[in-house]
Design a protein around this ligand. Sequence first.
Ligand SMILES: Nc1ncnc2c1ncn2[C@@H]1O[C@H](COP(=O)(O)OP(=O)(O)OP(=O)(O)O)[C@@H](O)[C@H]1O
Ligand SMILES: [Mg+2]
Length: 262
Amino acid sequence: MTAEPPPTLVVRGLTKRFGGVTALSEVDLEVGRGEVVAIVGENGAGKSTVVNVLSGMCRADGGTILLDDVRVRIDSPGRAHSLGISTVFQGLALCENLDVVKNLFLGREIGSFWMDESTMERQSTQLLRQIFSTVSRVRDRVGDLSGGQRQTVAIARTLLGNPSIVILDEPTAALGTTQRMQVLDQITQLRARGLGVIMISHNLDDVGAVADRVVVLRHGRNNGVFQVASTTAEQVHHAMTGAVPTRSLFGQGRSRGRHQAG
Ligand SMILES: Nc1ncnc2c1ncn2[C@@H]1O[C@H](COP(=O)(O)OP(=O)(O)OP(=O)(O)O)[C@@H](O)[C@H]1O
Ligand SMILES: [Mg+2]
């Protein structure tokens, strides 16, 4: 039997309070290289709070975070970025009036007095190709792109700086079927590149399609960790809510490799 490589990110006992509200209580989480871990839970379960702590947007009150076995403090978004943790927040935070290149390099422009536009343009095309994005004209305004294409620009942006962990908060919310499939496909590309991916989702079909493991949060606590390949959606739903649904299983349209959509 070969030993498993240690997980890239290990979170232990993460606790976060907002005044009298305990948003997270002793939460554990592990993400390995080339692994997609979904975090699911009902509204208020604490999902975004985990994202915010790991991306340096807010500080935890307790717990430890290890990256490649080294304990780290993530006390600012800049620190998260320099540690190789890159996040796509649910609102995407793209500037609609700027083109794709400017959005990708916003705040991280190449060049000194003069921007090195041709290098940024070339790297933008390469970044988008890496995740098989359908965005081909990098001088188009982001406001003219479809919702799915905007999501792919936001995903491509995370790859700047060679992160080891990418966090996606509700990456497929509000997308139509084709665009959803494209974004799910890009998540499999991130995994194929050896990144650890944390995906927050309300959609158990999407979780079943791309995640390797599912971490369930309930009322700010861990309430089960499941291997997708050997778990039914019912089991996950039950852990999320305590209720038994009538819907069927994971496994429809599961995307292990690349499937070109659109
Ligand atoms: N900045 C804040 N100030 C006060 N309470 C907060 C703050 N952020 C989160 N909370 C509370 O912490 C708990 C967890 O919230 P969180 O946003 O992490 O849940 P979530 O799982 O992301 O929910 P949703 O699915 O609705 O996005 C909730 O009770 C929420 O009201
Ligand atoms: Mg949330």
